[in-house]
Structure formats: structure tokens, C-alpha cells
Design a protein around this ligand. Structure first.
Ligand SMILES: *Cc1c(COP(=O)(O)O)cnc(C)c1O
Length: 369
């Protein structure tokens, strides 16, 4: 049997009754779109973060698009983010009609280099999207200070950071708004697509509710700005509300897996993930570094282990973003990391014997290089 970096089936087998009950609850409710389950999940997710509003949407990419639009980002604006992220971060900025501008990341933890932000701001810049990558938070104090000074909005990309904390503050509670994905692999994952935007601001929340519902405030009436159809599905919302109660346990499970890797892989020459100061990591993915990355991945295949790379191509080097005018060499750390990183199997229900097999195989492969 092949081992993959992620598998939801062990969790499904453990939680099957609850999940099937969630589906049945919605089907019996008589309300299949924007009903009780969406509003109950929204309330629970907002409360979990101590914020006034959560607006459920159809996926994390659209959570970012609607978040940018609701914060007032307009076509032609510049939005600063990182190239070292999942492409959707950048696709969302593009979809909002704005121009993505990149800063590099820190060598030690792959997170946004906030010291490069000030130089990236122009008179067209209206927002910053810090990406809490792999499960830990960007150093938010300098981001927020610059945003205040230059009048920029901050939209946190929390797609990989449910439950992560930065100096005690939860990811998603530090910016003007925060975008979450509930794609199945995420720390809080649905059984299909889902997303949400958090904000404490009433006007932003009202804008988000219009934007996800064609731009309408009342049925059949487009109020001001034409919007989207980006509603969170009732079934996914009901599943997510139930799973939210177990978020703490999922995170503990991920941390236990991370601890076993740290013990089992010490001294092998692999560069293991580090926690930045003040960060409580939730280990969405477990990313390691090795200069002979491709050989390691290739040799592990012989052991029936299929690893993943998050992400093999920096966004600024993708042909689809050639029009932005970046070249190889512009973001040296981002580019170097992309050649050396790879991800090990990571999910809370990863069976221990499977993880031990991975550690054993990795040790053999690395010793034989
Ligand atoms: C997963 C992810 C997204 C997009 O979420 P979807 O639900 O897949 O649209 C955006 N940003 C980051 C950092 C992600 O990891």
C-alpha cells in the first residue's frame, strides 16, 4: 500500500456517525442553501475567535477575493504578499483586479519578510496579505504598524493556520479581516469545498454578505456593486460546526506527529521546521529541506512512499504570472526553498506505524546518499 502525505479515511472511519448525522440533519431541515447550519457555524467560528462576524463562503480562494473587495481593494490597486505561497493567494488578488506585489520570505521559517514591506509600498498600494504559511503566523506587529502608518488594509490568509497563535493571539484576529479555507486537507477541513471570512467590522461583514450573494441585499435586487455566487454549502457548514469542537484535538494530533518526526529525524541532515518566536505552530504541513530533495523523493518511492512539495514553483516564476514582470533571481530565498523543500505525511489521524515506516525509510535513504 502506498503512503501519501494526506489521507482523510482514518478520520472518516472514526467520525462517520457524526458526519452522516450532519448530512441527514441538513437534508431533513428543508433548507438547503444559506439556512440554519451556515448561520450556526458562522456564529460558532466567530465566537471561537472572539470576533463579531464570520461570513461563510464557497472556498478559500473566494474568501480572499471577497475579503479584498469588502475591504475596498479596487481594480488597479497593488496588494503586497509573498510568492512563497499556494497559488490561490495570488490568483485571488488577480481575480479582484488588483496587482500582486511580492516580498521575499525568511530562510529559517519560510514566512513573509516584513522588513521588505515598506520599500514595496507605492501610492497605488491599498492592502497587504500576510500568509500564515504551513501552520504558523507571520510576524504581525511590523505588518500592522506599517498598515496603520500608510493607511493599508490587512487581510490575513489563514488557509493553513486554523488555531495557530502569535504571542497568544489567534490567526485571523489580527488584521482587518481574515480568509479561511476548509478544503479537506486543511487543519479544519470539510468534506468538500468551503471557506469563510472573519472580521470585527460591521460594514465589512455587510459587504461580504452582499458579495457572496450576487451583490444583493434583498432577493432579486442588486444593491450597488455586482457580486458573486460564493455561498458556503449547508452540508459543509453542518460538518464544519461539528468538527470545530474537535479542532483542539486535531491540532494536538498534528503536534504529536511533528514531535515524533523531530525525534526520529534528528541528526539526519534534514533541516526540520522551526517555530518562530511567539508562535504556536499547528503543522498544516510538515516541510523539511534537503539539497538533494529530488533524489530523496525518488528513492522513497521504492518504499511505497509518495511525498509532496508545497510548493515546487514560486508563483512569480509561473508563466501565468509572467505579465507581472518578475524574473528568476528577484526573490532569492523563495526560489532556493522551492528547490529544496518537501513535505512529509502529516494529518492528525496518521497511524503511528505508518509514520514509523516513513521515518525508517527516510533514515535509510539519507544515510545512503
Ligand atoms: C488552500 C489555500 C488557499 C485556497 O483555498 P481553497 O479553499 O483551495 O480555494 C489559499 N491560500 C492558501 C495559503 C492555501 O493554502
Amino acid at each position: 500500500m502506498t503512503t501519501f502525505v494526506w489521507d482523510y479515511l482514518p478520520e472518516y472511519h472514526a467520525e462517520r456517525e457524526d458526519i452522516l448525522e450532519a448530512v441527514d440533519t441538513v437534508f431533513q431541515s428543508g433548507q438547503l442553501v444559506l439556512g440554519e447550519s451556515v448561520s450556526r457555524f458562522e456564529r460558532a467560528f466567530a465566537d471561537h475567535h472572539g470576533l463579531a462576524h464570520c461570513v461563510g463562503v464557497d472556498n478559500g480562494t473566494n474568501a480572499l477575493v471577497l475579503g479584498l473587495e469588502a475591504l475596498g481593494v479596487r481594480p488597479g490597486d497593488e496588494v503586497i504578499t509573498v510568492s512563497n505561497t499556494a497559488a490561490p493567494t495570488v490568483l485571488a488578488i488577480h481575480a479582484a483586479g488588483a496587482v500582486p506585489v511580492f516580498v521575499d520570505v525568511r530562510e529559517e521559517d519560510f514566512l513573509m519578510r516584513t522588513d521588505q514591506l515598506a520599500a514595496a509600498v507605492t501610492e497605488r498600494t491599498t492592502a497587504v496579505v500576510p500568509v500564515h504559511l504551513y501552520g504558523q503566523c507571520v510576524d504581525m506587529e511590523p505588518v500592522l504598524a506599517l498598515a496603520r502608518e500608510r493607511g493599508l488594509k490587512v487581510l490575513e490568509d489563514c488557509a493553513q493556520a486554523h488555531g495557530a497563535r502569535h504571542h497568544g493571539r489567534l490567526a485571523g484576529t489580527m488584521g482587518d479581516a481574515a480568509a479561511f479555507s476548509f478544503y479537506p486537507t486543511k487543519v479544519l477541513g470539510a468534506y468538500g469545498d468551503g471557506g469563510a471570512v472573519l472580521t470585527d467590522d460591521d460594514a465589512t461583514a455587510a459587504a461580504l454578505r452582499r458579495l457572496r450573494y450576487y451583490g444583493m441585499e434583498e432577493r432579486y435586487y442588486v444593491v450597488s456593486t455586482p457580486g458573486h455566487n460564493s455561498r458556503l454549502d449547508e452540508v459543509q457548514a453542518e460538518i464544519l460546526r461539528r468538527k470545530l469542537r474537535r479542532l483542539g484535538a486535531y491540532i494536538e494530533g498534528r503536534r504529536a506527529v511533528a514531535r515524533r518526526y523531530a525525534e526520529g529525524l534528528a541528526g539526519t541532515g534534514l533541516v526540520l521546521p522551526t517555530n518562530a518566536v511567539g508562535n504556536d505552530h499547528v503543522h498544516y504541513v510538515y516541510v523539511v529541506r534537503h539539497p538533494q530533495r529530488d533524489t530523496v523523493i525518488e528513492r522513497l518511492r521504492a518504499y511505497g512512499i509518495e511525498l509532496n512539495i508545497s510548493y515546487p514553483w514560486p508563483v512569480h516564476t509561473m508563466t501565468g504570472f509572467a505579465h507581472l514582470g518578475y524574473r528568476e533571481g528577484d526573490l532569492p530565498v523563495t526560489e532556493r526553498l522551492a528547490k529544496e523543500i518537501f513535505s512529509l505525511p502529516m494529518y492528525p489521524s496518521l497511524p503511528q506505524h505508518v509514520q514509523e515506516k516513513v521515518i525508517e525509510a527516510l533514515r535509510e535513504v539519507l544515510a545512503g546518499l
